[in-house]
Design a protein around this ligand. Structure first.
Ligand code: SMG
Ligand code: MG
Length: 368
């Protein structure tokens, strides 16, 4: 398509409850949204960078700056842009995968709408609904955690993920196991441990967890491989997997048995499908991660999660897990599953009034 306009829009949505991880606590979701317009088409993308560079080095204002200064001029100056060209076009800009992923998604959404094809079909989805897991933040006390988990179990979520950190690991896991029995349960440390914590992490082996996600630093592939030889619980990598190349290295090193795929973290949905294919060919299970996305990114994640290698439930919860009101029609979890959107492109679009109310900043860039 010939892109005429690029819109950068920042939204801020209050969370239904603060979300605390080993990285910090957030009471609002701040997201950069991108809109591209051209050839009579419109496409939306959501950038998963957070308000602060905690989960990764990217952050909302930085991502907006990269798009404004280095990516939008390329998009607006090109005769024709295809979603499959975006990664190559902007490869000279190092890193900034979350920003690039959002751009690629917006172009892909517009293209797919133009030919009336859904993102799920384009990516190779084989399911029309996917199992819904939920990620539970660090609580102030075990009783409060159990109350929160009970709400999700009652609502029908079929897998629970507990955020952990040193000082909040074995006891919450034990309490959840005792109260809820053998529900599918896993934990996520967001890099909070060191290899020398292996004995403490080994105590989690008693609880038959599906996996322990990213216990060590994002650059510690070799140390994860060492930890994997000590733990019985399978290691799943999240932050460490930034591309198909790092996925290949992690697999070769036996640093993980499972990969959490987040399209934003790896530079886009196309790279995400390559990691899916590589993992599948190597007998590595994958599941779809979440970044507290609005309905836009959430819809795209559900499409990805419907690919055949996604054999574990993902962090693909209903919009109401995080938001009283979303900027799109809400994603609804029913009977432990969310429906894979089948409309053209993302299959959802922002509601103009909700979008307006949650917008904190808008910027429009046009073809010179
Ligand atoms: O979208 O359901 C969601 C959130 C899932 O826990 C979740 N994401 O490391 O996997 C992860 C975290 C990253 C976001 S919190 C910084
Ligand atoms: Mg994680």
């Amino acid at each position: 398509m010939r892109i005429e306009l690029v819109e950068l829009r920042t939204v801020q949505l209050p969370l239904v409850r603060p979300f605390r991880t080993s990285l910090g606590i957030e009471a609002d979701k701040v997201a950069l949204l991108l809109r591209v317009v051209g050839d009579g088409l419109e496409g939306w993308g959501e950038c998963v960078a957070g308000a602060v560079p905690g989960y990764s080095s990217e952050y909302v204002v930085g991502a907006a700056d990269v798009v404004r200064r280095f990516i939008a001029p390329g998009l607006l100056g090109a005769v024709d842009v295809c979603a499959t060209d975006v990664a190559r076009m902007f490869a000279p800009i190092r890193g900034h995968r979350m920003a690039k992923a959002a751009v690629e998604l917006a172009v892909l959404d517009a293209e797919l709408r133009g030919r009336d094809e859904s993102l799920s079909r384009y990516l190779g989805a084989v399911n029309d609904k996917v199992p819904s897991g939920v990620s539970v933040g660090i609580a102030d006390s075990i009783p409060e955690l159990l109350d929160e988990v009970a709400g999700y179990v009652d609502a029908g979520y079929i897998r629970i993920k507990l955020k952990i950190e040193p000082g909040w690991d074995v006891e919450p896991v034990r309490a959840v196991r005792e109260r809820f029995g053998d529900i599918p349960l896993q934990v996520d440390a967001n890099t909070a441990y060191r290899l020398s914590d292996a004995p403490q992490l080994g105590r989690l082996d008693a609880f038959d967890l599906l996996l322990v996600e990213q216990p060590l630093g994002d650059e510690d592939l070799r140390q994860h491989a060492e930890l994997a030889r000590i733990l019985r619980t399978p290691i799943c990598l999240d932050e460490s997997i930034t591309s198909v190349e790092t996925a290949a290295d992690a697999i070769a090193l036996e640093a993980c048995r499972i990969i959490n795929i987040k399209a934003g973290r790896v530079g886009g949905y196309l790279e995400a499908t390559r990691i899916h294919d590589l993992a599948r060919a190597n007998g590595i299970a994958v599941w779809c991660g979440g970044m507290v996305e609005t309905g836009l990114g959430r819809a795209a994640n559900i499409a990805l999660a419907a690919l055949p290698g996604f054999t574990l439930p993902g962090d693909v919860s209903g919009s109401d897990r995080f938001f009283d009101e979303d900027i799109t029609e809400p994603i609804v979890m029913t009977d432990g599953h969310v429906a894979v959107p089948n409309g053209p492109g993302l299959g959802v679009a922002p509601d103009p009034s909700a979008l307006q109310r949650f917008t904190t900043h808008t910027e429009i860039l046009r073809r010179p």
